[in-house]
Design a protein around this ligand. Structure first.
Ligand code: ZN
Length: 189
């Protein structure tokens, strides 16, 4: 990873024009340009999923000409939940954080995949509620075929395919959403 071109200390994570910045230096630059400061916020915290399991998150806040962008990224080696939310540049940043945490809680409330047992006691992946949502990720093992992160865990495309074969003949609906949007279902299950 390249170093930030301003402080020459931290890793650069943001490209702006020709330059590369760390989050802190980028926000400082945006404060100069936009006249808005990033208020302080917890850099990490834990949230429980619908099954009571604790997930550790790193939080990030980025000021941007289009608004304030907040992200919660689960700290795990592979996959992990990721939630993003943006507000107007002059929004209440405390409220934005609260909304992001509410979005994360809601996004983790339902587990889609569960391990089921065949009669001979071997296990297979099945759908808990006949539906599934997740995130499309780059697959280092097969660049043209994505990984799908479901319930914060990475699944190979073939695993998702196998899981769907339990529903041969059924219909399927698929919809792509922007990272900042919220996944909503017609019915609660
Ligand atoms: Zn920097």
């Amino acid at each position: 990873m390249e170093k930030c071109q301003t402080c020459k200390k931290d890793e650069s994570t943001i490209r702006y024009g020709e330059e590369r910045f760390c989050l802190t230096c980028y926000n400082t630059l945006m404060t100069e340009e936009l006249g808005v400061e990033a208020t302080s916020y917890p850099k990490s915290l834990s949230i429980r999923d619908g099954l009571g399991e604790v997930h550790r998150y790193r939080l990030r806040k980025r000021l941007d000409p289009i608004g304030v962008i907040m992200e919660a990224e689960e700290q795990v080696e592979e996959g992990g939940y990721f939630f993003q939310l943006s507000g107007d540049i002059d929004c209440d940043q405390e409220k934005l954080l609260m909304k992001l945490l509410a979005k994360a809680e809601k996004g983790m409330a339902e587990a889609y995949v569960e391990e089921k047992l065949f009669e001979d006691e071997t296990t297979y992946h099945g759908l808990r509620n006949e539906r599934l949502a997740g995130r499309i990720e780059w697959n280092p093992a097969a660049e043209e075929i994505p990984l799908l992160v479901v319930d914060g865990k990475p699944y190979m495309w073939e695993q998702i395919g196998k899981l769907l074969m339990h529903y041969e003949g059924f219909q399927l609906k698929m919809e792509i959403l922007d990272p900042g949007e919220e996944i909503e279902w017609n019915k609660d299950k």
